[in-house]
Design a binder for this molecule. Structure first.
Ligand code: CP
Length: 312
């Protein structure tokens, strides 16, 4: 169900996971939803364990929910970031990971700018490594929480049509979702400006599902079961920046949302640029928006991942 090094399990990406493995993760996470919602008492199954959150890029949702997930399982956490750790003095991410391992932590949760950094760390240490987002590459726990949220609203994802809209090229969320959704047999529309929605993404097909890249959001609105709006990642834009037409062409306005099927759900991994890729009233729509539910489901997914990898 995960990448293995030296008999140690890691969650580094959704690429390469089978349908059965993804469904196993989703089913296991379902069992933590009541605790994540606060309607069931926490567990102490990881009592005495320590989770190291190494976040060398900013985060609210992922970092906060890994911390809450660990605490709801009875574990303790240590937190390191770029500023305030010896990474700011030039220590490498691998050396930092080896250092916290030597202190006796039981798992490493890593967010890092370089794509592939969690893979390097997993090869170096003897404890579980969880990729909390590496560059433009993958964000597997975000992918799992998105799949869980979609499955809870739409049922089995095989044959469903999912639109992922916006800054695809820079999005690790899009990559993890494409791997997961196509493995489960969904059809994925990737929509954005040509510079941000490259045709090469059509080749990331991991299973029976299809990927279709296009540049006209209005052409697909009527057909989708879920629409996932992506944050425009200003920090990763090149020289050209974002066109003034972006919101007009690719923003999910109330007028566009009104064209969605009545049962279609609206998603966003956060953080949002309100008024750019999604209008505030759409993000807050109590009937269709599942954005806050995604966050809660993220706690359940991260509880499942920590428990499975630490006590397997
Ligand atoms: N979705 C997500 O990864 O959000 P954060 O950057 O706040 O963790």
């Amino acid at each position: 169900m995960v990448t293995t090094t030296r008999d140690q399990l890691h969650l580094l990406g959704l690429e390469g996971l089978s349908r059965a493995e993804i469904l196993e993760w989703l089913d296991f996470a379902e069992g933590f939803l009541d605790i994540a919602r606060g309607s069931a008492p926490p567990q102490d199954s990881l009592k005495g364990k320590i989770v190291a959150n190494l976040f060398f890029e900013d985060s609210t949702r992922t970092r906060g929910s890994f911390t809450i997930a660990a605490k709801r399982l009875g574990a303790d956490c240590i937190d390191l970031s770029g500023s305030g750790s010896s990474v700011s003095k030039g220590e490498s991410i691998v050396d930092t990971a080896l250092t916290v391992e030597a202190m006796g932590v039981d798992a490493i949760v890593l967010r890092a700018k370089p794509s592939g950094a969690p893979h390097l760390v997993a090869r170096a240490v003897r404890i579980p490594v969880i990729n909390a987002g590496d560059g433009r590459h993958e964000h597997p726990t975000q992918g799992l929480l998105d799949l869980l949220t979609m499955r809870r609203h739409l049922g089995e994802l095989k044959g469903k049509t999912i639109a992922i809209v916006g800054d695809i090229a820079n999005s690790r969320v899009a990559r993890s979702n494409v791997h997961g959704l196509t493995t489960l047999g969904a059809q994925v529309h990737l929509i954005g400006p040509p510079s941000l929605a490259p045709a090469s993404f059509e080749k990331i097909v991991a299973g029976p599902g299809r990927v279709i890249v296009s540049h006209d959001l209005d052409a697909v609105l009527d057909d989708v079961d879920a629409i996932m709006m992506l944050r425009v990642q200003f920090e990763r834009q090149g020289v050209g920046g974002i066109s003034d037409d972006y919101r007009r062409l690719y923003g999910l306005s109330a007028q566009r949302a009104a064209r969605l099927r009545p049962e279609a759900i609206i998603m966003h991994p956060g953080p949002m640029n309100r008024g750019l890729e999604i209008d505030g009233e759409v993000a807050d729509d109590p009937e269709r928006s599942v954005i806050r539910e995604q966050v809660t489901n993220g706690v359940a997914v991260r509880m499942a991942v920590l428990k499975k990898l630490i006590v397997h």
